[in-house]
Design a protein around this ligand. Structure first.
Ligand SMILES: O=P(O)(O)OC[C@H]1O[C@H](OP(=O)(O)OP(=O)(O)O)[C@H](O)[C@@H]1O
Ligand SMILES: O=c1[nH]c(=O)c2nc[nH]c2[nH]1
Length: 191
């Protein structure tokens, strides 16, 4: 997605610890036109698989995921990182490691909104090591939902997440690909 690649080239900042800051586009401020185009691009790509639900993780996955869900006209379910008192049992859970806040994070999705009838496309903001998506996919397996595909806004190719998730046997589509950021930020279109 060329508009996203251009925006990352303009605004992306490489921070210590191998973190790319794109807070002006994805992780703090959101740009409606760019977010809409993310959703339309994912929707075009995944519509032939006929998903009936989009699943993501709070918090930064929600914007591209709702843009996708709105275009496809299907519900969006997001995994919560704290279990609210309103959440109905049985609950599917998993743990992941937060890349931007540190520490282990618990993930919760209620069986009220995810089950064997669901044909799911997962959307998230970053594909880096693939650990977070692996945790989410584990929750889909607990629920009996079918995973059809994975879409991420930014892929950090050099972290190898795509290869680590290859055993899932589903298409992975990303919108911008960070080839490397050690010797200057190198961003190309996703794949
Ligand atoms: O492929 P991985 O190595 O697992 O990294 C990707 C994950 O890291 C970020 O989560 P984080 O908890 O840092 O942030 P968020 O609260 O902004 O969603 C991001 O939102 C992805 O979910
Ligand atoms: O803002 C972010 N920048 C990153 O480099 C990253 N990697 C995983 N998750 C991330 N979030």
């Amino acid at each position: 997605m060329q508009a996203l690649v251009d925006a990352i080239r303009q605004q992306g900042e490489v921070l210590p610890g191998g973190i790319l800051k794109v807070d002006g586009l994805v992780n703090h401020q959101l740009l409606p036109g760019l977010t809409r185009e993310m959703g339309e691009t994912f929707a075009r790509h995944f519509a032939p698989l006929r998903p009936n639900k989009i699943v993501t993780i709070e918090v930064s996955g929600i914007a591209p995921a709702i843009a996708t869900a709105m275009t496809l006209g299907v519900p969006l379910v997001y995994a919560r990182k704290k279990k609210p008192v309103t959440m109905k049992e049985p609950i599917f859970t998993a743990q992941s490691v937060s890349r931007t806040k540190g520490g282990v994070v618990d993930l919760f999705v209620s069986s009220e909104f995810l089950g064997p009838a669901d044909r799911v496309v997962v959307i998230d903001d970053f594909l880096a090591s693939g650990g977070t998506l692996r945790a989410l996919v584990g929750m889909l397996a607990q629920s009996g939902a079918q995973l059809l595909g994975i879409g991420c806004v930014v892929e950090k190719q050099f972290e190898g997440g795509r290869e680590k998730l290859a055993d899932l046997g589903v298409p992975i589509h990303t919108l911008a690909n960070i080839v490397q950021m050690d010797r200057g930020l190198e961003v190309v279109s996703g794949k």
